[in-house]
Design a protein around this ligand. Structure first.
Ligand code: NDP
Length: 242
């Protein structure tokens, strides 16, 4: 059950994270919102509170492990538990390898892989102590399949799936901690706005992407299952995507 669960969401300032925060708040979760853009977090917190929900936020860069540890502590200190972490923050500056965009490769590795690991590292001590918890990591269809221009992004999303599967095998039986991979296809968010490679930008077709609410509902489903049921992975594509 979602009601009263303490849920940390990274990347809550837009897209999938924001939609998930709104849906889980409506279903009674107590939220800890994280991202870098404070104005967005503040507005979201106010919207949730106006609807009768509970939320706090912390400006957080997930590439800084100390900030991510502080985030878990904020959840514990404010609401008295760390029930769910949604490791959602991510970047997708697609480009082909021969463009040698090392700065973008580094950022993707830092946010999409290390950020996820820092999140896991920060919440596990609380969840192991509680002998319950749920970590939901956002991978992608690109974590199952590689396209030209997605080599590095896909590499990070394959890694998210591997890390989540390792987490499940290490923590589920012994410590009652659930691990879920969510693998979305195209979702209509700000994610593609950060692509700097003009060729790739122009090549992105007119595919009718899903609303972020579709992913929020999948996350809510996984959280809402009874604690003895672990939803391991959900793949969701827009009907219009091959
Ligand atoms: P958005 O760009 O709308 O959201 C990305 C979020 O990540 C923002 O809230 C951003 O907040 C946050 N973020 C980025 N860098 C950092 C950082 N260093 N520290 C903290 N937060 C950070 O895109 P989506 O909602 O689409 O993306 C969410 C996740 O879903 C990503 O992991 C993405 O890879 C994945 N995904 C998306 C798909 C799509 O088609 N949209 C498909 C498959 C997977 P801020 O800038 O304020 O820090």
């Amino acid at each position: 059950m979602i009601e009263n669960k303490v849920v940390i969401i990274t990347g809550a300032s837009s897209g999938i994270g924001e939609a998930t925060a709104k849906l889980l708040a409506k279903q009674g979760a107590q939220l800890v919102l994280a991202a870098r853009r404070e104005d967005r977090l503040k507005t979201l917190q106010q919207e949730i509170e106006q609807l009768g929900g509970k939320a706090v936020y912390q400006v957080t860069d997930v590439t800084d492990s100390a900030q991510v540890e502080q985030l878990a502590k904020l959840a514990q200190d404010t609401f008295g538990a760390v029930d769910v972490l949604v490791n959602n923050a991510g970047l997708m500056p697609l480009s082909k390898l021969n463009k040698n965009k090392q700065d973008e490769w580094n950022k993707m590795v830092d946010v999409n892989i290390k950020g996820v690991l820092y999140g896991i590292g920060a919440v596990l001590p609380y969840m192991r102590e509680q002998k319950r918890g749920h970590i939901i990591n956002i991978s992608s269809i690109a974590g199952h399949d590689v396209m030209p221009s997605s080599a590095v992004y896909s590499g990070t999303k394959f890694a998210v799936r591997a890390i989540t599967e390792g987490l499940r095998k290490e923590e589920s039986v012994e410590n009652n901690i659930r691990a879920t991979i969510i693998s979305p296809g195209a979702v209509d968010t700000e994610l593609k706005d950060h692509i700097t490679d003009e060729e790739i930008k122009q090549g992105i077709g007119n595919l009718k992407a899903m609303d972020a609410g579709a992913i929020a509902r999948a996350i809510a489903y996984a959280v809402n299952e009874p604690d003895d049921v672990a939803v391991n992975e959900i793949l969701i594509r827009p009907t219009a995507q091959q």
